[in-house]
Design a protein around this ligand. Structure first.
Ligand SMILES: C[S@@+](CC[C@H](N)C(=O)[O-])C[C@H]1O[C@@H](n2cnc3c(N)ncnc32)[C@H](O)[C@@H]1O
Length: 236
């Protein structure tokens, strides 16, 4: 059974809104409390090597990765932060208001597919567990191409994309169709990435098996994924 886009988006909004209400980036009992260390370190090092830079976080959530980068930078930094979910952006902006973080954030409540990427604008574009939520494979390809165009020379991408996702309804002990728009094989995503970012230097490319417990309206599920990390630099 294929799920409709509306059904997937409603279920994802339900899970994320609840999660963002219950936990913060300080929570040690949620993934929200654990930024992606290598992504943050690369961001801090890119920012600290240039007087003024501009980053983009696609599917920023509540700022789990963007906020630690902002805290670690000594230079002028603007981070454009895009998320479909108003609750995510509101919670993110409230956290920023409560702290004395220097760099400035621009917030966009927007589907990534409708976020206009200007050519040669960014020093760093990162996206964690979000691009698989674009509406179709065709849209994913278009956005990846736009990401490439939007990068300045020497800029980097850090993408984590889930593949081969399965979901298991714990109470009924049964597999269900996963709540995910684009569920490709790891090989297919890797081939897409290598093809689209050809000419760039690949810094890291790996696939990791991960599993999460997700709160759905029908009950708790266990989501298994092969998470692809792809890091590359536009070195001209
Ligand atoms: C698994 S969360 C990850 C959040 C953040 N990247 C992080 O690592 O903490 C996925 C986020 O992507 C957002 N999202 C899903 N589909 C999206 C889309 N098409 N456009 C923009 N944001 C989207 C969700 O609202 C959610 O906040």
């Amino acid at each position: 059974m294929d799920r409709s886009l509306l059904e997937i988006r409603q279920e994802e909004a339900f899970y994320h809104s609840n999660h963002y209400q219950q936990f913060t980036i300080e929570s040690s009992n949620s993934w929200l409390g654990y930024p992606v260390t290598n992504l943050v370190n690369l961001g801090v090092s890119l920012s600290n090597s240039t007087q003024s830079s501009r980053f983009l976080d696609l599917g920023c959530g509540v700022g789990r990765n963007a906020i630690p980068i902002a805290r670690g930078t000594a230079n002028k930094l603007i981070i454009d932060c895009v998320d479909l979910l108003p609750d995510a952006i509101h919670s993110f902006s409230k956290t920023v208001e409560k702290t004395d973080i220097e760099p400035s954030f621009n917030f966009f409540i927007r589907d990534i597919a409708n976020f206009e990427l200007q050519a040669a604008t960014y020093d760093y574009i990162f996206s964690v567990s979000t691009l698989e939520h674009l509406a179709s494979k065709k849209q994913l390809i278009r956005v990846l191409q736009a990401i490439k165009e939007a990068m300045k020379t020497m800029g980097c991408v850090y993408l984590i994309i889930n593949s081969e996702v399965s979901e298991f309804l714990i109470e009924k002990q049964q597999l269900i169709p996963p709540f995910l728009e684009v569920n490709l094989s790891s090989t297919e995503i890797n081939e897409l990435l290598v093809d689209i970012f050809s000419g760039w230097t690949i810094i890291d490319s790996e696939v990791k098996a991960l599993s999460y417990t997700i709160e759905r309206r029908i009950g708790l599920t266990e989501m298994k994924t092969s998470a692809i990390t792809f890091v590359a630099q536009n070195d001209g």
